[in-house]
Design a protein around this ligand. Structure first.
Ligand SMILES: [Mn+2]
Length: 426
């Protein structure tokens, strides 16, 4: 409805000096003061910015000191002219951010995967892009994400979390995938993820195209016993058709994942779906199996809190844990050019990150994958950086919600490996 403010805007657009001078001023809200005319600061006080200052003061520096001591021991004391004696001759820690070997956030590379259970979180690369039906290149996703992750400090300002102080993180490197053979790669991926999952380390998977969603969940299901997992899937695409181009491609993971009794379709939540790249075969499967789909408009109109609440209710109804599959293309194509099937009209980065926060903090999360980052199509590493942000935020939310570090192995992990969670395919 046009009112004084709308009229003012019209005048500004048209340079109507006289009209602007005579436009009615809106009634000021209560709680106004000369320095806070709308009362907004007073209402939000103490602000997030102020509270964050206090949170930082409570964080230890023990992990940082250990890192510095180790760097000096392994990398030699710095040259005499260096005044800051925390610096070593060879870079062996966080600094400088442009130096070093590219594990994720420069976490220790765990060559012996038998030791993975000694860490709270394990980063696992899955450089597989043979399931891609348009732009390839996600085989370089793990490398791209690791490279730009070196930019990040382990500390988040608003949350007051310092991952170096609060959890142990390792990078187990990549699964040995088999180029040009999805099924053999799937077998490798399921075996690798099952190993990490069963160890009790929290698995964070760097894809890879979305075809890996089936073998990653299959790896989890092999160690669930009779427990069940709900899947929360961020994507513009449904990825639910049985076959595509005669194979199980990146359009197909959830058809096959929800064939497993441990991963019921009614607990599959699909967030951000829509546009011109949603195959009708997949839509029919969503309808038949009763998956839970929210479009971008659903999410923005119901609000992020309500959307998260819906996702949580559906994913946790009758299940024991939740697996999160984050396709980077759920975010608007303008922010993530480096992806296999870019689609405009997606979530804004801050919407996606807020949804992730509301979900991760409020469900028992058993694993996270981030897929479809294709560095050859990326610009200035921005898509890889978005993936890094999703991963780091998720780790921090797991810390804030008390899910990490794990005191005991979660009850949903069975030590027994059941290789028969899925039917033989073809
Ligand atoms: Mn997608």
């Amino acid at each position: 409805m046009p009112g004084p403010r709308g009229f003012g805007r019209f005048c500004r657009l048209h340079g109507g000096t006289k009209a602007r001078e005579t436009a009615t001023t809106p009634t000021p809200p209560p709680m106004s003061s000369p320095t806070d005319p709308n009362g907004a600061f007073q209402r939000s006080h103490p602000s997030e910015g102020t509270q964050a200052l206090e949170k930082e003061r409570k964080l230890p520096l023990t992990g940082w000191q250990q890192e510095v001591d180790q760097a000096k021991r392994l990398g030699l004391e710095a040259a005499e002219s260096i005044v800051d004696r925390n610096i070593s001759t060879f870079s062996r820690g966080e600094l400088p951010h442009f130096a070093g070997i590219n594990t994720f956030m420069k976490a220790p590379y765990l060559e012996d995967v038998n030791q993975v259970g000694n860490y709270d979180v394990a980063i696992v690369g899955v450089p597989h892009d043979c399931g891609t039906t348009y732009r390839p290149g996600t085989r370089f996703g793990p490398q791209g994400i690791r490279r730009i992750s070196a930019l990040y400090t382990p500390y988040n300002y608003e949350m007051g979390v310092d991952l170096r102080e609060q959890i142990t993180l390792c990078d187990v490197g990549d699964i040995f995938t088999i180029p040009a053979n999805n099924e053999k790669s799937f077998d490798q991926i399921s075996k690798g993820i099952a190993h990490v999952f069963a160890s009790g380390a929290f698995p964070i998977i760097l894809g890879g195209d979305h075809s890996i969603g089936f073998p990653t969940v299959r790896g989890v299901c092999r160690h669930l016993g009779d427990k069940k997992v709900g899947i929360i899937h961020f994507d513009r695409h449904v990825d639910t058709q049985e076959i595509d181009l005669d194979e199980r491609m990146h359009t197909c993971p959830w058809f096959h994942a929800t064939n497993m009794a441990n991963a019921p379709a009614e607990n599959l939540v699909q967030l951000g779906i829509g546009g011109w790249q949603v195959p009708r075969e997949g839509v029919k499967v969503c309808h038949e199996r009763g998956t839970n789909v929210l479009t971008v408009t659903d999410i923005t109109e119901m609000g992020l809190e309500a959307a998260a609440q819906y996702a949580i209710e559906r994913a946790t109804d009758g299940t024991d844990c939740v697996y999160i599959s984050f396709d980077i293309d759920c975010i608007d194509a303008g922010f993530v050019p480096g992806t296999g099937w870019p689609e405009p009209g997606g979530l804004l980065p801050r919407e996606a990150l807020k949804l992730l926060e509301l979900i991760v903090r409020n469900v028992p999360v058993c694993g996270l994958e981030i897929v479809e980052v294709s560095p050859p199509y990326d610009i200035s590493d921005m898509t890889s950086l978005m993936a890094t942000r999703v991963i780091c935020d998720a780790m921090a939310h797991l810390v804030v919600s008390g899910q990490l570090p794990r005191k005991d192995k979660p009850a949903w992990i069975s030590d027994v490996c059941n290789m028969n969670v899925d039917q033989k395919w073809r």
